[in-house]
Design a protein around this ligand. Sequence first.
Ligand code: HPA
Length: 286
Amino acid sequence: MHSDSVTPGVAIEEATQYVKSRWDNTPRVGIILGSGLGNLATAVEQPCAVPYEETPHFPQSTAIGHHGQFVCGELGGVKVIVMQGRFHLYEGYSTKNVTLPVHVMCRLGIDTLIVSNAAGGLNPGFSAGDVMVINGHLNRMHRRPEYGIPNIAPTMWAQSTLRPYHPELQSMARHIARENDFEAPLGVYAGHLGPNYETRAEYRYLRKLGADAVGMSTIPEVLVAESYDVRTLAFSAITNVCRPDALTETTAEEVIEIAAIAGQKIKKILLGILNFYTQSGRELSK
Ligand code: HPA
């Protein structure tokens, strides 16, 4: 039975207790690995895998290039909970289903969420394999995380979305990229429902709206994290460049292949951030 058929608060509580029963630790950082980026989970030390199919109320992950499990353990000396695979609205799941794992990670005690996704690049300065640091989004999924969840309903329902992407973490990510000899430009992410990639007209339109990249995830998850006051950093692995007047075909296989290349860069940034968490005595703002 997945979470649509029970009260959301009960689903969140039971799923959280289950993960706790398998790995009794307080993670500091939650990490969501998107399409083709799942390999990053192999770097987790003392890993404890908790498959989604065993977790109460969780749906199954069906998307290409996605595993379906939490991997809990340590990365760069920090206790982490990694989502190796996520749920998407285009798989037919509701926002409640898609965001359930984020509620679980927040309830387990993370103070930071790092999110990655594969996205099409709309900014003409982008190339396939680039990593964009998200500094704003256009919610074109026309869905908000459902309210009605005990304890957090008021914040989520009329929630301010002034700062879902933490400015200091953005700067840190870009700095780490430069130290590793690549640029990680800032940009605005447009979230579409999918599952199809966009038409020429849609790419043109999204660019005019101010989007630098387009994908099919991330926004519901980030909104939920913000409602818990969890600071968030999000990356897009640019897997294809969308030049409306010279558009070439995009396939899911190509997206996964290129995401793995960008994933090497994301891994460097991630480890740099975790290193800051272990080495620096300085606390980041909320
Ligand atoms: N559009 C939407 N989602 C995507 C794309 C795209 O072009 N590439 C990778 N994910």
